[in-house]
Design a protein around this ligand. Structure first.
Ligand SMILES: Nc1ncnc2c1ncn2[C@@H]1O[C@H](COP(=O)(O)OP(=O)(O)OP(=O)(O)O)[C@@H](O)[C@H]1O
Length: 747
């Protein structure tokens, strides 16, 4: 018997032991659940309306427990088919022996000895598997540093609970598991990659969780995937402090949310909130108006080239300069909260205007204006309550004194009678008046504060008289932007670039509702965010826990988006860790080489993406005139036979996508709000961002790509979408900036 064979047997035994242990757990959990269910049914049957709330609470906690163990049970059953994917042999310095640890998606402990049968991939010790190779290593857990020696790293191929193969990784072997996983098709959209996380990716997932992180990563380098794995790691490490619902994932569009949704449960983060920046701000501000999207602005500029005003407007409203304008406007608006006149009751001072203003402008200065107002209301109410009694007593005493004077000081009986009766009635009336006034005095006083509606306040900023006071000595193009904004607002719409300022004003004026708050935020495709957007999010959530991932080479909204990451580091997240991802996993060397050439013509000096060694067919140009519909279908059928599952036609503009949809009825056109990504789709390049397909056809009808920054970036996005094949169908190679170099069409 060979050594490998004996070892294989041992591994098979180990897998069988793990599965048996899991089976026993599953059976005991199922029995436990049955008895819990029975108990619940009994309680329900015997429950009457007279039962105490304690009984109901007991039932509720049973139900919660059942839910929890049901989830655990489902997890266990799911894991049983692939309990672990790797093993490390680790000899910790202080310990006498080497220990073997199996690493899987979640941990499993021996109930009696508490020894880990499986280690969670997110556990500190598992880091040793992802970091570096064999030999001396160290890891940190609960603030302690442990050192030791890794003598073996082994990867397993397990399917349906059966061990198919294993491979040992040493200094020379390449990661075969990774190679295997990359040759698969995009049948399941985005997947979890816990078994093949690479060293540079692991560093991002596990980078200091208390600090913000900014990641510049090439197309296909795993930014989206890594950001989601980082949430999973975050929740695992910080489970005592954070709940999944407190995480917010901001995606570029709804299509993308649907695209990532499959991987979230796999990583145990499906309860994290996922939305787009637009939807989030509309929800947080309660504004229900249609938005002129940035795609519309972009398409307007692309399709009707020449109209630059909306692009210019977007650039201004996304800038740091605009934040300063808003700050000035807020300062001015804040002044309207200064009250004049003391808060009194029946002429008695309850609180002076000076003291009230001090509360607003000094003591409560950390709160949004409206929260300060509510706090002042509460203070006035409580002071009124405290002082009202004394005022009534004083008033009653004043009348009683007058009564005494009348009773004992007036000699004329008739006059005395009239005076006494008047004073008694007046006293009652006056006391009633004061009590009545007390009921409404706070409300009346609070009317001194301005009425707020963030949308109205924002619109007022663009009024002819208001704007100059906020924008100071800006050049005249700001005046054009002001007029353009007014025009859009007059149609009952708002521009995409209005959202960040609205969120900013909302944060300072009213603050976010508790339901809208988040404690950790992930921003994907961050290159397309403007300074104002990221700044407003940082202010709104008042946390530094941001994971920001993006690729400047894909910044198709560069006119409004971030030009570089330093701006974020300097002005928004000074403590941020900045990391890069250069290796790219999605596509083949041939496709990436072609796409990489576009980077040479881009204004920013961006490093080229390094494809992980995977070869494929050379990208092909097809003349549209010669290539008819029938040919395309034939080509697709051929590719299906070769195992390709999903296909996308990517156009430069939306108009072209619509035209093509008429020609290819078996393909579905994708819109911003489409929430299901099909297997045969047509979409413009800006919507393809972040997505991937087995095969991509770049299609040009009449809108060819030109050598300007926007087109280069759109083409780069489009070219980096395929996993396996790239075709370009157009009138001429130049439509895709291709030139003939030695018989090969290249960019
Ligand atoms: N370590 C890995 N193991 C296996 N597959 C990986 C790994 N890293 C990334 N991938 C795969 O590479 C592809 C690209 O990943 P992802 O979409 O996260 O990249 P991205 O950087 O966000 O891309 P883009 O910026 O182009 O949208 C996905 O199919 C992902 O599953």
């Amino acid at each position: 018997m060979t050594e490998k064979h004996t070892e294989f047997e041992k591994e098979r035994d180990r897998l069988s032991f793990t599965k048996t242990y899991m089976d026993r757990l599953i059976t005991s959990q199922e029995t436990g659940q049955e008895s819990l269910k029975k108990r619940q049914e009994d309680t329900l049957e015997n429950l009457s309306f007279k039962d105490s709330s304690l009984r109901y609470q007991e039932m509720l906690s049973h139900a919660n427990f059942m839910k929890m163990s049901k989830e655990q049970l489902e997890n266990l059953k799911h894991l049983r088919n692939k309990p672990y994917f790797a093993r490390i042999d680790f000899h910790q310095k202080e310990k006498p022996d080497r220990e073997i640890f199996y690493i899987g998606k979640t941990s499993l402990f021996d109930r009696e000895t508490q020894y880990p049968i499986i280690l969670d991939w997110r556990s500190p010790l598992a880091n040793v598997y992802y970091e570096g190779r064999l030999g001396e290593v160290s890891y940190e857990a609960l603030g302690e540093r442990y050192e030791g020696d890794v003598s073996l790293k082994r990867q397993y191929q397990i399917e349906d609970g059966e061990l198919l193969d294993y491979r040992d990784i040493d200094l020379t072997t390449k990661d075969e598991l990774l190679q295997d996983s990359l040759t698969q098709n995009a049948e399941k959209r985005l997947t979890e990659i816990v078994s093949t996380i690479q060293e540079e990716q692991n560093r991002i997932i596990r980078a200091d969780l208390r600090k913000p992180i900014i990641v510049q990563g090439a197309a296909g380098s795993g930014k989206t995937t890594i950001a989601l794995h980082r949430i999973s790691y975050f929740l695992y490490t910080m489970k005592e402090i954070f709940r999944p619902e407190e995480m917010l994932i901001l995606a570029p569009n709804r299509l993308f949310i649907q695209y990532i949704s499959e991987v979230l449960p796999e990583l145990g983060v499906d309860r994290a909130r996922q939305t787009t920046f637009t939807d989030f701000v509309l929800q947080a501000t309660g504004i229900r108006l249609p938005v002129v999207t940035q795609h519309e602005v972009l398409m307007n500029a692309v399709e009707k080239s020449g109209d630059r005003s909306s692009i210019e407007g977007a650039r201004m409203k996304g800038s740091k300069r605009f934040k300063e304008i808003l700050d000035r406007y807020l300062q001015k608006w804040k002044k309207s909260y200064k009250v004049e006149g003391d808060f009194t009751l029946a002429g008695f001072k309850i609180k002076s205007a000076k003291a009230i203003n001090r509360l607003f402008f000094e003591e409560y200065s950390y709160f949004p204006y409206e929260v300060r107002v509510q706090k002042i209301r509460a203070v006035l109410q409580s002071e009124l309550k405290r002082k009202k009694k004394r005022i009534l007593e004083k008033m009653a005493a004043k009348y009683d004194e007058a009564l005494d004077d009348a009773l004992y000081g007036m000699k004329d009986a008739e006059k005395r009678k009239i005076r006494v009766s008047f004073l008694i009635t007046r006293k009652e009336e006056r006391l009633d008046e004061i009590k009545k006034a007390a009921r409404s005095s706070v409300n009346r006083y609070m009317k001194k504060y301005p009425e707020v509606d963030v949308w109205t306040i924002y619109q007022q900023l663009f009024e002819e008289e208001t704007f100059p006071t906020a924008y100071g000595d800006e050049p005249s193009e700001w005046e054009q932007m002001r007029k353009d904004t007014r025009k859009v607002h007059a149609t009952g719409k708002l521009c995409a670039e209005d959202l960040a300022p609205l969120l900013y004003l909302k944060t300072f004026i009213t603050g976010l509702d508790p339901d809208d708050r988040a404690k950790k935020v992930v921003i994907d495709e961050a290159q397309d965010y403007s300074f104002m957007e990221i700044f407003s999010l940082r202010k709104a959530f008042q946390t530094d826990l941001f994971t920001i991932v993006g690729d400047l080479a894909q910044g198709i909204y560069h006119y409004r988006g971030l030009e570089n990451w330093e701006t974020l580091q300097i002005d928004i997240f000074p403590t941020a860790n900045y990391l890069t991802l250069q290796k790219t996993y999605r596509t083949t060397i041939e496709i990436m080489n072609l796409a990489n050439r576009l980077l040479d013509d881009m204004p920013d000096a961006l490093p080229k993406a390094e494809p992980v060694v995977r070869h494929g067919d050379v990208p092909t140009f097809l003349f549209r005139g010669e290539y008819r519909k029938g040919d395309i279908h034939e080509l697709i059928n051929d590719l299906v036979k070769k195992g390709m599952n999903n296909f996308a036609f990517v156009t430069k503009t939306k108009q072209e996508a619509e035209k093509l949809a008429h020609e290819l009825p078996s393909f579905e056109i994708m819109e911003e709000n489409t929430d299901e990504l099909g297997d045969r789709v047509i979409l413009p390049a800006y919507l393809a961002k972040g997505l991937e397909f087995d095969v991509v056809f770049l299609y040009c009808y009449e809108h060819a790509y030109e050598k300007n920054e926007l087109d280069l970036k759109m083409l780069y996005v489009a070219m980096t979408r395929p996993l396996h094949r790239l075709y370009m169908i157009g009138r001429q190679p130049d439509d895709f900036l291709l030139t003939d170099k030695g018989g090969l069409w290249t960019c």
